[in-house]
Design a protein around this ligand. Structure first.
Ligand SMILES: [Zn+2]
Ligand SMILES: [Zn+2]
Length: 355
């Protein structure tokens, strides 16, 4: 567990143990508590800022700008086809429609995003295992099972290319699998329903999820990176693991491309589609919007994150050309109309076995 007790706090404890005056005894806990509160506020604030600057976060300013440019161009083309003239103001009006951004459902998204970010920073990350620990134990376990590897001559470039692709595939498949389970296991669905009860989609809707679902995805990430890095270290100890895959700004190149090429449009009102053949391979923003449809015939479709091949293999793929229009939400109406309900209604619905 990460030590988070402040320096000032430890300093006053030293004084207190030397001097047992009553003023000191009062001052020590007060200062320690204030110090602790301040440290937590700082940590929560930096995690929030991190959401907009970390290259691994979808909300990084660069990906927000790239998504905006793609959405703008897409809407310009659509409006030109309809009205036979270019009107950027109309497009901007459609993009920044206050009925979407200030919709009651979107306001709940913002609150869940804020509170989840704080929960992750203060209650989850400091108290759980890191992928480095899993990496070490995977490598050690492999040595116990199969003994030390003999050094073999392989091309470093090919190792890096292959590892980048395999890590991306494993990462994407495990995301697909967890998403699939969230839909198919009844109590997990009650939690995942929080994400699906969104009535409008904005990039923040990506973070509209129950904290337990967030924890599950967090563990998935840690285990995948930890196990894959451990295997990599075991098989190819001659290339440092951080240099072991192709990265852009410290992110796997495939993930970077996904984030840069409009990943934020998955959760948006803008139906960006890919050519029909490509939607067998990659999930387009509109395909994820179909996943959010309240129409029963689209239930349990398009679980994929980056790749559509898993849905294709599991027969859950629906392509954009098959669906004219999508209405978002769940058919029974929205049971998560406030932050409180988003966090606690799933438990009530589990206990009562509500549909
Ligand atoms: Zn889902
Ligand atoms: Zn979604």
């Amino acid at each position: 567990m990460k030590e988070r007790q402040g320096k000032l706090c430890r300093f006053f404890f030293v004084i207190k143990s030397q001097k047992q005056g009553s003023v000191q005894q009062l001052a020590v806990p007060y200062i320690c508590i204030m110090n602790e509160v301040w440290e937590n506020v700082e940590l929560a604030w930096s995690s929030l800022i991190d959401r907009f600057v970390s290259p691994d976060s979808r909300l990084n300013w660069l990906y927000l700008i790239s998504s905006f440019v793609i959405a703008f161009l897409f809407l310009m083309v659509v409006s030109y086809r309809k009205n036979k003239k270019l009107n950027p103001f109309l497009v901007l009006q459609e993009f920044f429609d206050p009925k979407v951004w200030f919709h009651r459902s979107a306001l709940v998204d913002y609150q869940v995003f804020l509170v989840n970010t704080i929960i992750l920073a203060l209650l989850i990350i400091p108290f759980f295992i890191s992928s480095l620990m899993i990496m070490d134990s995977t490598k050690n376990q492999m040595i116990i099972w199969f003994g030390d590897r003999e050094i073999v001559e392989v091309s470093v470039v090919w190792v890096i290319i292959l590892y980048t692709i395999i890590l991306w595939l494993v990462s994407d498949f495990t995301r697909f699998l967890l998403h699939f389970l969230l839909h198919k296991v009844p109590f997990l669905w009650k939690l995942h329903e929080v994400h699906h009860s969104a009535e409008v989609l904005t990039p923040i809707t990506q973070y509209r999820m129950h904290p337990i679902e967030m924890l599950l995805f967090y563990f998935r990430g840690i285990f995948v990176i930890g196990i894959m890095s451990g295997l990599y270290l075991y098989y190819f100890p001659f290339v440092m693991v951080e240099e072991g895959y192709m990265m852009v700004f410290g992110v796997n190149i495939f993930r970077f491309l996904f984030l840069f090429v409009g990943s934020n449009l998955r959760h948006s009102q803008i139906p960006v589609k890919f050519p029909a053949f490509l939607e067998f391979i990659l999930i387009s923003p509109y395909q994820h919007q179909i996943h959010h449809s309240k129409d029963q015939k689209h239930f349990d479709k398009n679980f994929g994150s980056h790749l559509a091949i898993w849905d294709w293999m599991f027969r859950s793929l629906v392509r954009s050309k098959e669906v004219e229009k999508v209405e978002y939400g769940i058919p029974e109406g929205n049971p998560h109309k406030s932050l409180w309900k988003a966090y606690f209604a799933p438990f009530r619905r589990m206990v009562k076995n509500e549909k």
